[in-house]
Design a protein around this ligand. Structure first.
Ligand SMILES: *[C@@H]1O[C@H](CO)[C@@H](O)[C@H](O)[C@H]1NC(C)=O
Ligand SMILES: *[C@@H]1O[C@H](CO)[C@@H](O)[C@H](O)[C@H]1NC(C)=O
Length: 114
């Protein structure tokens, strides 16, 4: 195997195992994406018995792989102290089942619980 061929194989393997990096979405003020953000906030709130209320979607990145479409959302939400705080949610919409899954949800500020 030539070295360039080996390099290509390596890139394919690395790329296949990880869906990152995600491509930025330019226009996030569309109902589909806002609903996804709102859904992530309310699911997190019901799972963690938290007290967050969706404010707006700040930015979004998307990536597809064999499992489906991943959305990395940056969301502004009202937190329990009634302040707007930034959160990150990772959502997967499965290709075959069309099921929506919340893979992660956390404060955008490191070390702060959601
Ligand atoms: C989501 O995007 C933020 C930046 O907007 C980045 O810091 C974070 O690592 C991303 N998460 C994933 C899982 O790609
Ligand atoms: C709520 O949001 C404010 C503003 O971002 C932040 O300073 C505070 O630490 C947050 N509180 C909690 C409990 O997340």
């Amino acid at each position: 195997m030539s070295s360039s061929c080996r390099l290509l194989l390596l890139i394919v393997i690395v790329h296949g195992s990880t869906p990152w990096p995600l491509t930025p979405i330019r226009h996030v003020n569309v109902p589909f994406l806002e609903d996804l953000g709102r859904w992530a906030v309310s699911l997190h709130t019901s799972q963690k018995n938290g007290l967050l209320a969706f404010d707006k979607l700040v930015s979004a990145r998307k990536q597809r792989d064999h499992k489906g479409s991943y959305y990395n959302l940056t969301i502004n939400a009202w937190n329990r102290t009634n302040k707007i705080h930034e959160y990150r949610a990772l959502v997967l919409i499965e290709e075959h089942t069309k099921k929506t899954e919340l893979l992660s949800f956390h404060s955008a500020r490191l070390g702060l619980a959601a």
